[in-house]
Design a protein around this ligand. Sequence first.
Ligand SMILES: Cc1ncc(COP(=O)(O)O)c(C=O)c1O
Length: 383
Amino acid sequence: MDPLAYRDRFPILAGSVYLINHSLAAMPAAAEERLAEYAHAWKTLGIRAWAEGWWEMPLTVGDQIGRIIGAPPGSVVMHQNVTVAEAIVLSCFDLQSPRNRIVYEEGNFPTVRYLYQAARGAEVVVVPEGEPLDEAIDERTLLAPFQHVLFKTSEILDVEGVVRAAHEAGAHVVLDCYQSAGTVPLDVTALDVDFAVGGSVKWLCGGPGAGWLYVRPDLAEQLEPTLVGWQGHARPFAFETELEYAPGVARFLTGTPNVPALYAATAGYDVIEEVGVAQIRERSMHQTGLLTRLLLEAGFDATSPLDPARRGGTVTVRTPGFEGVHRELAERGIVCDFRPETGLRLGPHFYNADDELQHAVEQISEIVATGAFERHLGAAARF
Ligand SMILES: Cc1ncc(COP(=O)(O)O)c(C=O)c1O
């Protein structure tokens, strides 16, 4: 199987060197068709569309995510984003001393940090960069919401160790797989994680509005989220006045689902399933290895791990004036981004060709050597 054979299915690749798959992956052309199918169903079926699949979509689409992350059918539900998914997890617990600690890594994604910082009664413990998360977990820990792959540096964290420490202490983990699902193999069942969350804009090629939440099946039967809605009721269409939780993961639903986003997202999941995450990882390790080698040879400072086994799908690199380099690259049709602490982020996906990676590094070198980045310095960039 040649991963480059998939290029035609991603129209943006024809016009740019698209190395920003860690942020917003290329749209599969099939997503446009799915959105047209959605519009057609709305137009022709009207209200009947709910009975013909729309209502169930947070569960049926969740099952497709389940196949990608090693979760059994009926253990994943779709939500708008990671923030909502984690808020629902948090709503299952009382934040009462002595078990009111939330332990996470310093490099955690801001939205997750904000959610727990804002939680009344939570004592947040931030583990400094480079220090092991598992050692900070004890009997006072309620939840350890941490990333599988750090968004800033692309470092893969030791999930097993954190899960073991959390379970020994009677705590639960919430694994944020946004930067791993679709590029780093992941089996939430084998890892015995309690909750896993992610979204679809990055490596899953599914676009915005399709976040997901996995709940360990035995926990899904016991927990009672207080952030709940009528989709989480045992009999939503009985319109009963009193809450009775649906069995299993359905109780982790809220209200009317984000149907168009779910249509679009399945186009991305289909291609990820077709190529296979193991194969994508193999290619990704080759691509990030090549990028790292070329960047080091060009004299730059790679800030992502040098060990391929510890590196996710992104290579990060410091160059002089990298904000300006990023701007100049964009003008030359090379799409990437940067973060203040780590420099440029280059995230190839399976459909990127090796010569695109070589071209990107040549351009970075040329932009730095000629000072072409200087005219952009000081300009604000958001994405
Ligand atoms: C690790 C990680 N978590 C969460 C998010 C975003 O969270 P949300 O889906 O709530 O926007 C991102 C990036 O957008 C991320 O990289």
